[in-house]
Design a protein around this ligand. Structure first.
Ligand SMILES: Cc1cc2nc3c(=O)[nH]c(=O)nc-3n(C[C@H](O)[C@H](O)[C@H](O)COP(=O)(O)O)c2cc1C
Length: 189
């Protein structure tokens, strides 16, 4: 099983990166092949809305940036862990850019792959937030889950890591075990 992590945070070693990588570690422990990318290392532009990816050709997205590497990785992945910090009650701008660029995945370039694949790609959404109440942005998280389901992802889990204002993720007791478990159960499902 191939699982990729997308860390849509400007911090390479922040809370979101920690959580995504611990989930991947849990999956790796169960034999999954894992890799992660951090937006801190990537140059990815917003969707231009040119619709070239939907013009009937198989060229996919025409923007020549680091998203092309992610398209290849996405094409190959059985499961995706998408992590984002909560910014102003929503996903980060990086996560939104990534999500918008998924529009090209519905293009002919990807359709042979999806026709062959009977199962949908699994997706785990991971949000980290400063606020200590994990229910604070519940409506937004539910909406986001629904939106990714509409994009044909099999959303397995929405992990909300709250209380980052108080102390960073790696200092929160029990989080390590919880994250590893999210990863390992993704493989055993
Ligand atoms: C611009 C900005 C906006 C934020 N907005 C919120 C928010 O609306 N609610 C919240 O609970 N935390 C908010 N936070 C805190 C982050 O979500 C939190 O610190 C997160 O864990 C950071 O993740 P990172 O370490 O991966 O960057 C905000 C932080 C920043 C920088």
């Amino acid at each position: 099983m191939k699982i990729i992590g997308i860390i849509a945070s400007p911090h390479k070693e922040g809370n979101t990166a920690w959580a995504v990588n611990k989930i991947l570690e849990g999956a790796k422990g169960r034999g999954a092949e894992t890799r992660s990318w951090s937006f801190s290392d990537l140059d990815i532009s917003p969707c231009r809305g040119c619709l070239c990816c939907h013009d009937g050709s198989d060229r996919g997205c025409v923007i020549d940036d680091d998203m092309q590497e992610l398209y290849d990785a996405l094409d190959d992945a059985d499961a995706i862990i998408l992590g984002s910090p909560v910014y102003m009650g929503q996903m980060s701008a990086q996560a939104k850019i990534f999500t918008d660029r998924l529009f090209a995945k519905i293009s002919p370039r990807f359709s042979p792959h999806y026709k062959e694949k009977v199962t949908k790609q699994k997706l785990v959404l991971v949000f980290t937030q400063g606020n200590p109440d994990p229910g604070m942005f519940r409506e937004y998280f539910d909406y986001t889950k629904k939106m990714f389901r509409m994009l044909e992802f099999d959303v397995k889990d929405v992990v909300v890591i709250a209380g980052m204002r108080e102390k960073p993720a790696h200092e929160h007791k029990d989080l390590l075990t919880a994250m590893n478990k999210v990863g390992s159960s993704l493989v055993s499902e």
